[in-house]
Every structure is written in C-alpha cells, then in structure tokens.
Design a binder for this molecule. Structure first.
Ligand SMILES: [Zn+2]
Length: 352
C-alpha cells in the first residue's frame, strides 16, 4: 500500500485553520523528532468516498496534526497568547440554538457544549474553555433560550482536554452541578503535570462522579447513556440519548473525542479504531439517526443550525440524517483512524 503524507490531498485548506484544529482539540504534538504523521492513502481514499459531500466535516479527521510549538508542548504551561487556543473573541461567537425540543447548542464557532433538558433539570455536556465562556456562552445562551442555568444538575465532561473542562469550575461553583467523567480521564487530570495545558484554560475540576462504560445517567424522565470510547483520550465519553422533534423521537450520538493529535501512539490509535467499530455496532443496534460533535467543524453544526432556523413545517430536520448516514459518518471516522494506524505500523515494520 502506498503510504505518503496526507498533506497531498487534504491540506489545501487554510493552514491556520488546520493548526488551530490540530492542537487545541487535543493537544499534543506528534512524537518528538518524527515530524508530521503520515497516513495511508488507501484509507483516506476510502474515507473520502464514504464521506461524499454531505459528511465532509468528519473527513477533517484525515488531516495530519502539525507539531505543537515548544512552549505549547505537553506539560508546558504557556503564558503567551496561544494561536492554538481558539478563545471566544467576537469573531468566534455563535448563536445559541434549540436544536431539538430537548437538546440545545451552547457553543462557539470552535467548540460546543450541549444541554439536554429533562423533567427534573438539565444535563450539560462539556464546559468550553474557561469561566468566561461558561458564563457568557453557556449560561448566557441558556437564558437567551429560556433555560435557567441553575437547573444544570449534571455536567458530563467528554474528555480531559481544557477546551471541554475549562469552564467546569465556574459551572460547579455558580450552579452547583455534579461533574461526571470517566475514571481514566479523571486520573489524567490528577497527574502532577497535565499532558497539555494552557494558561487560558480554566483549571481542571476536582474529581466528583465517575462514569463507567455503559453508565446510564438518569434525570427525571430522561436517560443519557455514557460509553467510554478510548482513542482521542484514554477515557473519552461518547453519549447517546433521545432527541425529540415534535411528535417524533430520534436517537442521537454525541461523539466525545475527535482529532488524532496524540502523536504516533499506535496502541491509542488502535483503541480509537476499536471504539469507532464498537460505536458503529451500537449505533446500528440503537437505530441512531443523529450524530453530533463537540466541535461544529465535524458535524457541520453551523450549516445545520442555519438550515434549522429556516426550516418550514413538514421539512426534514437538518440534524436527522438517518441510520445509514450515521453509519457512514462513523465509517469515515474509523477509516481516517485506520489510515493513521496503518502508517504507524508501516513505519514500525520498516524499522525492524
Ligand atoms: Zn480533545
């Protein structure tokens, strides 16, 4: 199989966007001295074919992750303004939106938090970069949409990266919600030195509730299923819940982790592939017909929400893509992961 740099087909888009995407969503550089990861072209081609035009957002995963500059490397707390951390700023503001009757988007043009409303309060998924974003984007967005942030009973943090936990401290202090994360990602945050940090992120929350794989988080009339899907981080949580649209109910999967920015770590990439395969099976079993991300770049959230706001009675819901297309989206994720994994393995074989 031909292995060459993925820069060839996919990196024509703006480099600055790639840089921002690469490091922030996860965070750390490729293994020292090894340059950009390469990716197997066969898998990229497969992913590209499967993605078509409607699921192109997920194909972003096939882009290589550029090395992070020294001051932003794991364990280095940068005090400088960091081009890799996409903070709020007016250009990054996005309108909050009621996406389903019980599911609300509260995010920026970079990173998303989602609220699921129930008969007994709100389950919030992710907390954005820092306290300011938690208050302005999450709490402010909720108020704009007629929700009361004091009703946030649970905050589920998808994974141990600052763009998802940074605002947690504020949510806990001001709205007294309980925080759930997987045990292994709690442990990531308890390490003396974080893998990846930035002064612009809020501090990690203190350990609270631990979500095991398959945990059913029950609040009032609603159950949110939490699955530990290692890959992007060792304990990334993918959530599955019911999304209501008028008289119809849908099953939604919120993919908990995204970019492959952890360097050439074959076991981690292998676990990413396994998680994608497992969630593909689960999505098929549960007839999941909505797939969402915590970054609008992947689920084309801004485009879908714009369509939603112009939707007329009787028209399809732009986030409801159907089980077959959810399967395609997860296939794209899996193929991109396989593409990187194949190249890691090929390099290892070459060294033997
Ligand atoms: Zn991340």
């Amino acid at each position: 199989m031909v292995v060459r740099s993925a820069r060839t087909p996919l990196v024509r888009a703006s480099v600055s966007v790639v840089v921002a995407a690469g490091a922030v969503m996860g965070g750390f550089s490729v293994a020292h001295g090894q340059g950009n990861p390469t990716v197997s072209q066969g898998h990229i081609d497969a992913a590209t074919a499967v993605a078509g035009t409607d699921l192109r957002g997920w194909l972003e995963l096939c882009r290589p992750q550029p090395p992070v500059e020294q001051e932003h490397r794991p364990g280095m707390m940068s005090q400088k303004p960091n081009p890799l951390v996409v903070l709020l700023g007016d250009k990054m503001l996005a309108e909050p939106a009621k996406v389903f009757d019980n599911v609300y988007f509260l995010g920026t043009k970079f990173v998303s938090a989602w609220a699921v409303t129930t008969s007994e309060g709100i389950i919030l998924i992710d907390a954005l970069n820092n306290d300011e974003e938690a208050e302005r984007v999450i709490a402010g967005g909720m108020r704009k949409l007629g929700l009361d942030p004091a009703q946030i009973k649970y905050l589920v943090i998808s994974h141990a990266h600052g763009d998802h936990y940074g605002g947690a401290g504020h949510i806990v202090e001001k709205y007294h919600s309980r925080v759930l994360m997987s045990d292994i990602d709690w442990r990531e945050l308890e390490r003396p030195t974080l893998q990846f940090d930035n002064a612009l992120w809020g501090r990690p929350p203190k350990r609270d509730l631990t979500a095991g794989d398959g945990h059913k988080l029950q609040l009032g009339d609603t159950t949110v299923e939490l699955y530990v899907t290692p890959g992007h981080t060792p304990g990334t949580i993918t959530t599955v819940f019911t999304a209501k649209d008028g008289s119809t109910s849908h099953r939604a999967m919120l993919w908990g982790g995204t970019a492959f920015n952890f360097g050439k770590v074959a076991p981690q990439m292998r676990s990413y592939v396994a998680s994608a395969d497992r969630m593909a099976d689960l999505a098929a079993r549960e007839k999941v017909d909505v797939i969402m991300s915590n970054h609008v770049r992947y689920d084309a959230g801004l485009e879908r929400m714009a369509k939603l706001s112009a939707r007329r009675q009787g028209e399809a819901h732009p986030y409801v893509i159907g089980s077959e297309n959810v399967a395609r989206a997860i296939k794209v994720i899996g193929e991109c992961a396989r593409g990187f994994l194949t190249s890691f393995d090929t390099e290892l074989d070459a060294k033997k």
